[in-house]
Design a protein around this ligand. Structure first.
Ligand code: SF4
Length: 515
């Protein structure tokens, strides 16, 4: 392929993973898993193919004793109850009844074995779901507005657009070898439910008067991303009509594939190319590829609600409601998920929606059925009226399962939220995010209080500790949080946050918010 020729021409400029990808496309590993490894077993897996497992949506789980985690892509986080039941059954049959909602609206399983994979792939495909390319150097789950189609705060229903972009890129071998992971969001929600500024490519709601008529469409953002060197995406001076969304996505992704850096893996995300080129040069290159586009119109994003929807809310459809549930640190059991599917079938519109805040929404509930839903037993834990701090606490996987983690996160996050809820009453919601390493899957940089795991030396030996950062926000005033001096021992995080938040509560001026 043309793009391979660009890079293969000078292999000395390629990092080791690039050579692995050139030797065999990441997508080819899916067939190898099914036809070889699932029968020959864990010990037969080569190191290079283990690196390619990500294209199947599969990671080795810690400890490395033959277990894997798997992510399933959910477009915009919206799934049918048939899909939800298939997911719950996989969790129960193969994943020790455990599931996580991720910060990209995906579902993550744990404890899978290589022998389980063919049946899991088959069961997912049977309901139109895929783990393929949920990880790896390729276009991943397309994040979107979980309320697409029912949202009073959206300019248009983006369901079909997200599906179109997903269907084009999924398993598309022209784009299965990108320099690194590649994240897109498409949302028309005026409160930025797609977290646009931290995506490689994002679409946000906009309008423009063209030939005397107001057209609904999008603005385009490129080059956002977190990890050790976080970047906020830059807006291109461009207005995109809905029918041009895929064309623009193809152009941006082509630029990344052909011009993105492949020498050092930690310098390979699109954000580095955008930072070097600047949005003007990037736009010029894009126009070269896709043709001229109108300049930007009127931005319709008015704020950021961090994709929280807890409680009962009216839909755009008269007489219907959605019920936002809090899933503590994104974790629930397959049995609980099955119950949610039953409730969605009985009282809702037969869909379940996941959010980037690691929560779940039930939708299409008639006014007459709201109380019946609220009375369901499973909602005692997965409640629409969560405790104050628990409701806004996010956590990555941490060292319970993640090979890259320095510390445990999910249990820590839960116990800190419970501690704060037992100690502090506050009228303002404070978002607290935990991550176990600089990769920032738990999106620490955008939190009111972000905690990044590390280790510190004590007389008793090395212990878990956290760096603290405060004041992150997305939307019109987007900025990453700023790291405070010092490091807090894991066991002291609750009391230290208590002091910090009480200081804010007692000293703030009347209009002052935490960030
Ligand atoms: Fe693992 Fe680090 Fe991501 Fe947490 S942030 S899930 S520790 S890679």
């Amino acid at each position: 392929m043309a793009y391979e020729a660009i890079w293969a021409a000078d292999p000395s400029k390629l990092n080791k993973m690039e050579l692995v990808k050139l030797e065999k496309d990441g997508l080819d590993v899916i067939r190898t898993i099914i036809e070889k490894y699932a029968t020959e077993g864990y010990d037969s897996i080569t190191e290079d193919d283990m690196n390619r497992f990500k294209w199947a949506g599969v990671y080795q789980q810690k400890p490395n004793n033959g277990h894997f985690m798997m992510r399933v892509r959910i477009n915009s986080g919206v799934m049918t109850t048939d899909q939800a039941r298939a997911i719950a059954a996989i969790a129960k049959d193969y994943g020790r009844n455990l599931m996580d909602v991720t910060t990209r609206q995906a579902i993550q399983f744990h404890w899978l074995t290589i022998q389980d994979m063919p049946d899991i792939f088959k069961r997912l495909e049977a309901v139109g779901l895929y783990s393929y390319e949920a990880c790896g150097d390729c276009p991943r789950t397309v994040v979107g507005n979980p309320l697409a189609g029912i949202d009073r705060d959206e300019l248009m229903d983006t369901t079909a657009l997200v599906n179109e972009v997903n269907d084009f890129f999924l398993m598309n071998r022209d784009f299965s070898n990108l320099p690194r992971k590649y994240k897109m969001s498409i949302s028309s929600n005026i409160y930025n439910s797609g977290h646009a500024e931290i995506q490689c490519l994002a679409y946000t709601p906009a309008t423009k008067v063209i030939d005397g008529e107001e057209v609904l469409g999008f603005h385009v953002w490129v080059g956002g991303g977190l990890s050790a060197k976080p970047h906020l995406a830059k807006r291109l001076d461009m207005f995109v009509r809905p029918e041009e969304v895929l064309k623009v996505a193809t152009g941006v992704t082509t630029i990344y594939r052909d011009y993105g850096y492949r020498e050092k893996r930690h310098h390979a995300r699109l954000k580095f190319l955008v930072a070097d080129w600047g949005p003007e040069k990037f736009k010029d290159k894009l126009i070269e590829l896709i043709g001229d586009m109108p300049s930007s119109g009127e931005d319709k994003t008015v704020g950021w609600k961090a994709a929280y929807f807890d409680g009962v809310h009216k839909q755009k459809q008269e007489g219907l409601n959605y019920v936002g549930l809090s899933i503590p640190v994104g974790r629930l059991s397959g049995d609980e998920f099955l119950e949610l599917a039953r409730i969605a079938d009985e009282y809702g519109d037969k869909t379940i929606r996941t959010t980037v805040s690691q929560n779940i929404i039930l939708s299409g509930v008639s006014d007459a059925n709201v109380d019946k839903v609220l009375g369901e037993k499973v909602l005692e834990r997965l409640t629409p009226e969560p405790a104050h701090f628990m409701s806004r606490t996010v956590s990555c996987t941490g060292n319970e399962f993640c090979n890259l983690a320095v510390v445990e996160t999910k249990e820590r996050a839960k116990s800190v939220a419970e501690y704060l809820d037992s100690k502090i009453e506050l009228d303002e919601e404070i978002r607290i995010h935990f991550i176990g390493c600089p990769n920032s899957c738990g999106q620490k940089h955008v939190a009111d209080i972000g905690l990044q795991g590390s280790l510190i030396k004590t007389p008793e030996g090395m212990v878990d500790a956290f760096d603290l950062a405060v004041g992150g926000i997305l939307g019109p005033n987007a900025k990453f949080n700023e790291t405070l001096k010092g490091r807090v021992k894991g066991d002291n995080v609750g009391p230290v946050l208590e002091q910090l938040i009480l200081f804010f509560k007692e000293n703030r001026s009347p209009e002052e918010t935490f960030h």
